[in-house]
Design a protein around this ligand. Structure first.
Ligand code: KG4
Ligand code: ZN
Length: 370
């Protein structure tokens, strides 16, 4: 079965064409063609994503990316796909609508059914997929992903610019949020603290780079001590707004970010990253105990964070040796349309959705929940 998927929930425009099959114990996906464009450089001067600009850029880029994705798949118009899929939330509504409107137009022109996808389900499903081989390609030159022999229950930690949530998955398509942020998402905290340090948007990768330079160079600990939020809360919820404020005050007490030496800045970035990683390690321990999960998966843009990955893997291997760990390749953690296509394919291949019963009247839902 072949799907053409579109993702426009935030500041990445993505189009992907995938072929999916049922295999023994799971599913396989071949990326036939894809095109992805990040608007991050354009939003940098605003210090974050500027919704009107995002909408305009998606509108401008979608036709170009469609052409590029079709070309990389070696397909002419109308493409030989069985259905279309589009992200309908969560995300920025003006941005989501551009993808939905574009997908509806193609669905109408090509007379192919259209399905709407939850962006967070996309992060979760795609993070369960493993790249089949090391060089990212099979003999046909196309990326091949496998999702197979998943042991339920699955515990997913989804961390992105808009979300921080623990999801228990008892079976395919059965999701329950068992903990989430009470205020800011972790990616948002990374971006805001980076901004305080005078680093460009998106700040996550910048903080991560500085923090690892501090670790590698053995730079002494920061004078600032930041809290590890919500450790005593007795549940799996997290909160990053207090950490962000603590970072603001700590920087002010040190005379402002501009007064810090390069070493002090790096040490501060490390202290912030340590706080986030230690908090998630403690909450993940709790969530694994609570769910008796047999599989752990990390997904979302912040899943690219090397220190978070290492901290979680070290803790789980030591304390929960029987839990199988799925970490997505860091090249696939950011927003993209491959994850949207994989999610649509899995619903259709598993028989949860039918090609004959497409989703009519799709609407953008900014705060859509799993
Ligand atoms: O999932 P995503 O691409 O978009 C949303 O759905 O929000 O996540 C974007 C977030 C941004 O906040 C970005 O700073 C963060 O992921 N991020 C990182 C890293 N790479 C991206 N945060 C920490 N460390 C990273 N290496
Ligand atoms: Zn995302």
């Amino acid at each position: 079965m072949r799907i053409l998927a579109i993702e426009t929930s935030c500041d990445e425009t993505g189009v992907a064409i995938l072929e999916g099959k049922k295999i023994a114990g799971g599913f396989s996906f071949t990326v036939l063609g894809q095109a992805l464009l990040s608007q991050a450089p354009l939003h940098r001067e605003y210090g974050g994503v500027y919704p009107t600009l995002a909408k305009r850029e998606h509108e401008k880029n979608l036709p170009v990316l469609l052409e590029r994705a079709l070309k990389s798949a070696g397909m002419a118009l109308p493409p030989p796909v069985d259905a279309l899929a589009v992200t309908h939330g969560p995300g920025l509504e003006p941005a989501l609508w551009t993808g939905i409107t574009f997908a509806q137009k193609l669905s109408h022109e090509w007379k192919k059914p259209l399905f709407s996808i939850n962006h967070m389900e996309g992060h979760l499903i795609s993070s369960l997929a493993r790249l089949e081989n090391n060089n990212h390609q099979n003999s046909s030159g196309k990326e091949l992903y496998l999702i197979s022999n998943i042991a339920f229950p699955v515990l997913a930690l989804l961390v992105s610019g808009g979300h921080s949530e623990f999801v228990r998955m008892d079976d395919w398509f059965k999701y329950k949020i068992i903990g989430e942020t009470l205020d800011d998402a972790v990616g948002e905290a990374f971006d805001k603290v980076a901004r305080m340090l005078g680093l460009p948007y998106p700040g996550g990768p910048e903080i991560s780079r500085l923090a690892s330079s501090a670790r590698d160079a053995g730079i002494p600990a920061s004078r600032a001590k930041l809290p590890r939020p919500m450790l005593q809360s007795g549940n799996c919820d997290v909160s990053f707004s207090g950490l962000k404020t603590a970072a603001l005050y700590a920087l002010r007490d040190m005379g402002g970010a501009k007064k810090l030496t390069a070493e002090e800045k790096a040490a501060f970035a490390r202290e912030f990253e340590d706080s986030v990683a230690e908090t998630f390690a403690a909450k993940t321990r709790r969530a694994l105990n609570e769910t008796a999960a047999r599989t752990f998966v990390l997904g979302g843009g912040v899943a690219a964070n090397a220190h978070l990955r290492t901290t979680l893997v070290t803790m789980i291997r030591k304390e929960f040796p029987d839990v199988e760990i799925h970490l997505p390749d860091s090249s696939t953690t950011g927003d993209n349309a491959v994850m949207i296509a994989e999610t649509a394919l899995i619903h259709l291949l598993a028989g949860n959705w039918k090609l004959e019963a497409p989703h009519n009247d799709i609407r953008a839902v900014g705060n859509l929940r799993l």
